[in-house]
Every structure is written in C-alpha cells, then in structure tokens.
Design a protein around this ligand. Structure first.
Ligand SMILES: *Cc1c(COP(=O)(O)O)cnc(C)c1O
Length: 361
C-alpha cells in the first residue's frame, strides 16, 4: 500500500496561505522597481575586485566571524567601539534572526502600515503574531496610535524603517523616541536608505538600552553581494549571534564588500547623484496635474495618480518597470513607486509617463 503525502497536511496553514515574494522578470526592461543603485563600480575598482576574487580561497569556508570586514564596516560607517556588529546575508536575514529569537508563544512583532513587507512576512515565517499600526494619511507616524497599540499588544520587537519604504519619508525622531521609551520590547530602526537621507538614529544607540539599528549595503550599490548589519549593545547581539548560521556571509561578499568600503566615497558620490536626480524627478512629477507626489528621503519616489494600475501596465508594455502599490494597502490606493535611476532612465520614465497621460487624456 502506498502512502499519499500531501503538503496540505504537513505544511503550516499560514505558510500554505502565503504567496511567495514576487520578483517580476526584468530582462530588457528599464528597471526602476527595486531601489537598486543604477551605477556600476568604476573600472579600476572592478579590476581590483577581479584580482581579489581570482585568488580567493573558495575551497575553504569563509571567516565565520568576518573580523576584517567588521573592522572595515566599523570605520566606514563610524560605529563606536561600545556597540557590537552582527552581519546578515542581507538585512532580511537579520530581521529573520530577530524574529526567530523572540518567537515565544504569543510574541508580537509590530510595525507600521504601510511598511516594508518583509516585516509581516518574516513574522509569519517565525510563527509569531504581526501587528501593523496604520500611519496617518500623509504617511507620518501616529505616535498616539502606536503607544495605544504598544499598551495593548506588548510587542517583543518593533521595526521602523527610517526612511520608510514604500513611502520614502523620515518619521519624526521625537515620536520614535517616545515609542522607544514606551515599549518594554526592543525597537529596531531599519536604515536601509540611510545614504539618501540626512538623518540617522545611530548616535542615539548609547542612550536607549532597547534600541538597535540596522543598515544594508544593498541600496547603496551592492545589492548583489547580500550584506546587512545590525548595530547594538553586546547584551542583545550575543543572543542573536547564537542564531546566525555560521557561514552566512560568503567569502566573495566579505572580500568585495571590504574592498569597496575602502572606497566608500565612490558609493557616496553615486548616492549624491541619485539625490539630485530625485529632486529633479520630484519637481517634474509635481508639475503634472493629477499627480500627487510624496516627499522622499530615499532613492525612490511614491506618487498617486488616477488609474494607477493601468498606468503601471502601460509603462510595463513600454519596457519600464516600476512598482504598483495600488491594492496593497488602503492608504496606498492609486500609488506607484519609482526608483530613481540614471538621468537617462529617469528622462525615459518621465517622457513615457507623459506620453501615456496625453494619449489617455
Ligand atoms: C530593501 C530593504 C531591506 C532589505 O535589504 P537587504 O539588505 O537587501 O536584505 C530592508 N529594509 C528595508 C526597509 C528595505 O527597503
């Protein structure tokens, strides 16, 4: 007699109910959907990377504690000696480590809505409850609602992206501090877009014992390497470190990240170019009647437009891929998100959008 093996009876129901994180195919497209830095590294640096990788001992496991890379990160990101660093295979993995570490029965992971979707998804992966507190209509933080939700749900961890994705804005720092002070759990500030914002909560770390800060090299120009980091007090990081898989950051990532971080100015100059393009695009979109543009401190712009889903499809047909957020949250009705690309890509996006709008007018 054969046994019938049915995933429906084996896999947790909340996993069965999920749909996988969708990464749309982008071959041949102008890719403005994923907040990547559009600029390649300069040829000299690429040659140096080629040399490094040629001699990399790939037959050996990488340095499990990545001592050299951590020292370089400490320098490049000005991380003080009183704080520890935990490395992740992207910051996504760090969110996962934190979620698994706090996953007691009935534990709550809290964030705002709309926020980075991985906060919710990873809570589900880790079998913990997710609570998303709505932002105000203008996407600012609602501290009163947050404090009330904290009192009700007693979250073990609160994730706040600063600037926020997909809205692009920086939350009020005083409101964040109120949240940090009100919760008996930890607060993780996710600064994935730090390079494009003129603010950070890094210098508050020493002040608040329950504050942790996350960064990533992805949006800065090294998305393909997969390297994220968590900065915080040793008492927290020793615990998370236990759950980190021993060789989560491969040798190529360690070598290349370290090399590029010795030339951080290259990435920072690219970030400056992206910021000035952001200003231009923001101004351009603001001139189009019927478009509501939201201010951004990140490398993308959120805007609201009539019949957003049709506009999104029309752009896609013309080989321009952005992100459609219509239908993902009530506050994001008719919202689209465009990543700031090269001047040429941005000009093509603007011209194509203009053409689509004049055809449908
Ligand atoms: C893109 C993004 C990340 C993911 O970064 P990786 O390091 O590439 O995993 C984390 N947080 C926010 C808010 C993001 O937008």
């Amino acid at each position: 007699m054969s046994i019938f093996h049915n995933p429906d009876q084996i896999i947790r129901p909340e996993i069965l109910a999920l749909s996988a994180y969708h990464v749309p195919p982008a071959t041949g497209m102008i890719k403005l959907d994923a907040m990547e830095n559009p600029y390649p590294l300069p040829p000299v640096l690429r040659d140096e990377i080629a040399q490094l990788t040629m001699h990399a001992p790939v037959n050996r496991y990488p340095d499990a504690s990545a001592i050299s890379l951590k020292a370089t990160l400490r320098q490049a990101l000005a991380i003080t000696d009183d704080m520890d660093i935990l490395l992740g295979n992207g910051s996504d993995e760090i969110i996962q480590i934190i979620a698994m570490a706090i996953a007691k029965p009935n534990a709550v992971l809290m964030s705002v809505e709309p926020a980075f979707v991985m906060f919710r998804m990873i809570a589900t992966f880790a079998n913990i409850q997710y609570v998303g507190v709505p932002l105000k209509k203008d996407f600012t933080l609602d501290p009163e609602a947050m404090l009330a939700a904290i009192a009700t749900h007693k979250p073990a961890v609160i994730f706040l992206a600063y600037p926020n994705n997909p809205t692009g804005n920086l939350f009020n720092a005083d409101a964040i501090v109120r949240i940090i002070q009100a919760t008996s759990g930890i607060v993780v500030i996710d600064e994935a877009y730090h390079a494009f914002a003129d603010a950070s909560l890094m210098d508050r770390l020493a002040q608040y014992p329950n504050l942790l800060l996350m960064r990533t090299l992805s949006k800065l120009g090294l998305a393909g390497l997969r390297l994220g980091l968590l900065v915080g007090r040793r008492e927290w990081l020793v615990q998370f470190e236990k759950m980190r898989l021993p060789y989560n950051v491969g040798i190529m990532t360690q070598l290349i990240a370290e090399k590029v971080l010795h030339h951080t100015h290259v990435l920072l100059e690219q970030a400056e170019a992206i910021k000035s393009e952001r200003t231009k695009m923001n101004a351009y979109l603001g001139t189009i009647s019927g478009i509501e543009v939201f201010p951004s401190d990140a490398n993308f712009i959120l805007f609201r437009i009539h019949a957003a889903s049709q506009i999104f499809q029309a752009l896609k047909q013309r080989k321009i891929l952005i992100k459609n957020l219509d239908g993902t949250h009530p506050l994001l009705e008719n919202c689209l998100r465009v990543t700031v690309g090269t001047p040429d890509e941005n000009a093509q996006f603007c011209a194509t959008l203009h053409a689509i709008l004049s055809e449908t007018a």
